[in-house]
Design a protein around this ligand. Sequence first.
Ligand code: NAD
Ligand code: TYD
Length: 351
Amino acid sequence: MRKVLVTGGAGFIGSHFIRHILTQHDGYEVVNLDKLTYAGNPDNLLDIEGGPLAKRYRFVKGDICDPELVGQLIGEVDAVVNFAAESHVDRSLLEPAPFIQTDVYGTYCLLSAVAEASGRIERVLHISTDEVYGEVPAPRRSKEDDPLHPRSPYSASKAGGDMQCIAFIEIHRLPVVIARPCNNIGPNQYPEKMAPLFISNALDDQPLPVYGDGRQVRDWLFVKDNCEALDLLLHGGARGEVYNVGAGNERPNMDVVEGILDLLGKPRSLIRFVEDRPGHDRRYALDFEKIRALGWSPRHDFAASLEKTVAWYVDNRQWWEKIKSGAFRAYYEKQYGARLASARSAPPANA
Ligand code: NAD
Ligand code: TYD
């Protein structure tokens, strides 16, 4: 494997993955196909474009739903890693269509182009999510062969992408591996997701809008650990297999919120309990013994992941201020305006 097509590489995880691949694999080349939606940010790759790795990196602005462009790029590479997606649950509740378009149809377009490349592509690594399993009650952890119970337009679309992969594995014997990581945390995450939204709001002494009672549980994986796992799956995952990528850092949201405030020395009075997200999954938790058996385990515990993340947002104010001063404002008002107007300073009693 020498040349990899990474889709969605201008986003959060994809940009870290590109940096990881170029620094860890001498001689590898990366083509980054990204539509530059609101979440795609060329600033995430400035160090690569302006540095010594630039000669092994090429950016192509385009859509994974464009069969002609995708076919042409597949013709140039040996492997594909598909990060491109609409990725935010709350936006999927406001406007689901782009999720179905990119996360289902876009995945289909990529797989079709690989099928047409007549066995030339060595590996397709498709990035799915733990959310396709739906919520899982404690003490259970989702396993790779569990049924899928998505409940949001985002998770339903991601599950649709996984099903496309499974069909292409069966019918065309494509060398696809599906990764299902848990919630990532780290530098360069668009500040619509909980951690970067709350860190940046707290730095500006703005309220932190906690949905419902804040007792929902997520497993938090440091993004660089995820990149190591995905690298392993790209090179060593078995064809047609699914691999959960968990961290073992399951925490209720309130632990994340309070951890952020404590690290920043900000008061708990910034916390606001707001109207819950419809269909809010109560708990995600992954059994990730299968990837552990390949030799991977996360390097960062919860405290280290949060500390490094908070420190990055403190040190890179200009990165998130640029985003938050633009179109983000209209989204924030739509998503949080009425919620914050009727917010409470204590969790709802009936939760
Ligand atoms: P992100 O929203 O930060 O980035 C998505 C990128 O995809 C953006 O650069 C965007 O411009 C690009 N994109 C969107 N539609 C496109 C299209 N039609 N064609 C080409 N590019 C397009 O997302 P992220 O958080 O980096 O997530 C990356 C992948 O990992 C997604 O597939 C997501 O479902 C999955 N995932 C994310 C998490 C997480 O915690 N962030 C956890 C598990 C799985
Ligand atoms: P998020 O970062 O959107 O990731 P996901 O929904 O994909 O897990 O949300 C993480 C958790 O934080 C989730 O339980 C929803 C909650 N949350 C809030 O309480 N308030 C917010 O403003 C956001 C964005 C999320």
